[in-house]
Structure formats: C-alpha cells, structure tokens
Write a protein that binds this ligand. Sequence first.
Ligand SMILES: [Zn+2]
Ligand SMILES: [Zn+2]
Length: 308
Amino acid sequence: MSLRVTFLGTAGAIPTTERNPSAVFVAREGDQLLFDAGEGTQRQMMRFGTGFSISHLFVTHLHGDHVLGIPGLLQTMDFNDREDQLVIHTPRGTHRKLESLVYALDNRPSFPVRIDEVGDGDVAYRADEYEVRTFGTDHDARSVGYALVEDERKGRFDRERAEELGVPVGPKFSQLHEGRSVELEDGTIVEPEQVVGEPRPGRSIVYTGDTRPTAATIEVAAEPELLVHDATFAENRADRAAKTAHSTARQAAEIANRANAKRLALIHLSSRYAGDVGDHVTQARAVFENAFVPDDGETLEIDYPDSR
Ligand SMILES: [Zn+2]
Ligand SMILES: [Zn+2]
C-alpha cells in the first residue's frame, strides 16, 4: 500500500513567492485526503499534479491561511462536474463559519458537501485499513490536529516453518495466516502462533496545524513515521511564538523526540524567514536529527516501519 505526502503549502500566515499558505495532501493507495486548504491550494494541486479527487478535507482551524482556498477549490470541482460527495471535517463550534465559506457568494456546489464537526479524541474518519484521529491543539482559535493511523497488519507467515510442520502448501497456509488452526492428515493440529509472527504496526502521520507544543500531539499516535509540526518561528522569536500560540522549530523537535517520530517536517514558517531556513534546521536538528523544512511541492513516500 503506497502512502505519499505532498506539501502543497508551507508558509505561515502570510504567503511568500516561494511558499503558499497551509495545505498538506495525502494519498494512501487510491484514497486522497487534504489537510487544510489555504488560499491558492487548487493551483498548487495543479502545479504538483495531485489531482482533485479528494474525498475528505480536514480543517485544523478557521484562520484564513488554512481555509481561504476552500471557495475556489469547490468552484473548480463544480466546473469539473464533480459528482462525488466531499466531507469537510472542522473543529467543534465552527460549522457555521465553515458553511459560509462553502456557500460563499451564494455558490451552491452541485455535488454533495457534508460538514462534520470534530473534537479532541474523535475518530473523524474510519476507512477500511486506517483511521483519521482528531486531537486537541493549543492555538488562539477553536483548533484540532489530525493523525492518519493505519491498522496493525498481520504478522509475517513463516512458510519454511509451516512446511517443516507438515502443512501442505495451499489453502491451509492462508487459514493459518488468518489466525485459524488447521488439522493435518495425521490428526496433528497446527496453531497459527506456531507459524505467524507478531502483528506488525502500520504507519502513521501526524499533522498539528497551528499550535503551541502540546502533549496531545505525542499521545495521538505511537512512533509516527512523519510528524508535520507548526514551526512558525526560530528561537530568536520564542516569546512571539508563545504569545501568538505557535511553536518554534526547536519546540517542534522536542515534540518529535518525545513522540519517537521517524521524521519531522517543519512547516508554517513565518514570512520573515523567507529564503533562509537555516536557523530552523540547525535549531531543530540539535534536538531531533531527522528534521527538515520541506519546499512547496516536495513529496515523501512513507515506508512501513519494518521495511527498513
Ligand atoms: Zn496559520
Ligand atoms: Zn492559526
């Protein structure tokens, strides 16, 4: 199962010529999900070839730099004769505000749009093999973060061991792998535990949106493959970060460390750091080595934890 993340917008509140406001695109096999949709998100989707077939949009909070792309995006979907439903998840208490964006200028999308409010601890979306969880964040608005968490996968099937035990190659192999015991010709019973390893963890991605550092980010998913964290400021503006309910790159790195994340993407960079992200990277890496500042359009393939 492929799992791919494309950073569509990595700017803070004010875009720069290089960075668009917030939007993160996630494709898991055929499913396409969008997290936040700052102004110009639809053009970023065109530029970076993600397509428009998203089924769910997860909104972290209703500050303009995270949602002003919604009206234009919906209008283009409409022009493209979209028929499939779009579900928009938004923090509890923001339904009406979000609705005013969906129906801006009396626009009526001709495809169904459902708006779901979500709060801390909710499963916003349950799919076949994964879910998108909601966690509370600490920002100066009604805000949440989201974590895509895959289910555990079946343990590895030890084919050699099964053959040693006399299990004939064929349907009994899959019965064992699915957790059922089988009986051999001579009456011996083989239990799945004899030939199937421990269940293997799936992958997870955590996206905070705007927030001060918070423990909820650590608790929502164990050892995520990728943490995408607010890193609006470098250390020289730590006081400003606290005041405006954002994080510094170093604080994001501390969270990544405590969460045992594999990688940390620092985004939502203030325009004052346009063109020079050196301090962000240095200060974060002093705490957490696998930290980086993605460019708009950068794409990451997320591997299974046991594939490395
Ligand atoms: Zn923001
Ligand atoms: Zn904000």
